[in-house]
Design a binder for this molecule. Structure first.
Ligand code: UFG
Length: 334
């Protein structure tokens, strides 16, 4: 029983590969390396540089390795890019996942853990957000992830596929021991940007909006450590193998919100750098507050986030950025 991880060379995918390998799970990775970085030699798992749209090649990998479940990360995931080029997101997220599911059906693989997002909720009507709250995405990224969740529901009925969609809130941090972490090009996420300022790679961080209806006027997010996301994928996989789960969705967050200014303060204390800030206009599409109710994942999956403090997230991110100032591009590799 081998797990196929698509997008296993991306940030969350790679940490999940590390988690599965650490638990003795046989893994095979497929990634087209369009945005990911595969740390060759770090994991003793087969790696295929493939686009999941090539259903035939992916099917061959499934058959060769005796795959019984797919953990599906491979996707485009930048909100701004999705607004500029929505068709890219329909092609690379929705259509590509249809190809992947087609390959699964052909190969008799009937379990999928799917990488979804809090972006499916859009501007939430209440916080903490529960899974059954209204889904009204405000950008094509969230819309295409929601379309895939629905594709899985219909596919579950039609082809007998069991699927668990995991809606991540704000993934943060890095592996506490292995040389892997967050490396997006371009970088748009708050914590890696703060690390870049602390490394002297940027002058300052621009805070997008200071007049939100929040205690300090800056946006509040539910940051969740990437290792805790990884353990949730392992638990979801265990559940799919244990019970005929049908199609389920879970929020993954800690249930606590942190404002942008709070994160900046923690980053200053962890790095010892003053991290200058400039206040800029709001960024289009940013909800004021996004905080998860993780109650369902806790009750049903038995998931318990371990790295719940903002210090845990920022200090593991800092460890990675300090030792890899050029990310995976650092000479000598990971
Ligand atoms: N922010 C700044 N300045 C920056 C970067 C970010 O002020 O230079 C702020 C943002 O406005 C936001 C917060 O920091 O309030 C976090 O921003 P990120 O870009 O790190 O994360 P997002 O909340 O925008 O995005 C995350 C995921 C997306 C997902 C989205 C909604 O990365 O994939 O949550 O769930 F779509």
């Amino acid at each position: 029983m081998t797990v196929l991880v698509t997008g296993g060379a991306g940030y969350i995918g790679m940490h999940t590969v590390a988690e599965l390998v650490a638990h003795g799970e046989p893994v095979v990775v497929v990634d087209d390396l369009s945005t990911g970085h595969w740390p060759a030699g770090l994991f003793d798992v087969p790696f295929y540089s493939l686009d999941i749209q090539d259903g035939e090649a992916v099917g061959t990998v499934m058959a060769r390795h005796g795959v019984d479940a797919v953990v599906h990360f491979a996707a485009k995931s930048l909100v701004g890019e999705s607004v500029r080029d929505p068709l890219l997101y329909y092609e690379r997220n929705v259509a590509a996942t249809a190809q992947l599911l087609r390959a699964m059906v052909r190969q008799g693989v009937r379990r999928m853990v799917f990488s979804s997002t809090a972006a499916v909720y859009g501007h939430p009507g209440r916080v903490p957000i529960q899974e059954d709250d209204p889904k009204q995405p405000v950008n094509p990224y969230g819309e295409t992830k929601l379309a895939i969740e629905r594709m899985l529901r219909w596919g579950g009925d039609a082809y007998g596929i069991s699927a668990i969609s995991l809606r991540y809130f704000n993934a943060a941090g890095a592996h506490p021991e292995l040389p892997i972490g967050e490396d997006h090009r371009p970088e748009t996420h708050l914590i890696p940007i703060l690390m870049q300022v602390a490394l002297g790679q940027r002058e300052a961080v621009t805070i997008f909006g200071s007049d939100y209806d929040t205690p300090d006027g800056t946006c509040v997010r539910d940051y969740i450590h990437v290792m805790d996301l990884a353990s949730a994928h392992r638990l979801a996989l265990e559940r799919l193998r244990r019970v005929d789960a049908g199609v389920e969705v879970y929020n993954l967050g800690t249930g606590s919100g942190h404002s942008v200014l709070e994160v900046v303060r923690v980053a200053r204390s962890v790095t010892g750098h003053p991290i200058p800030v400039a206040f800029g206009p709001r960024r289009a599409g940013d909800p004021a507050v996004l905080v998860a109710s993780p109650a369902r994942a806790q009750a049903v999956l038995g998931w318990r986030p371990r790295y719940t403090g903002m210090e845990d997230m920022v200090s593991t991110a800092w460890r990675w950025h300090k030792s890899h100032p050029e990310g995976f591009g650092t000479a000598g590799g990971p």
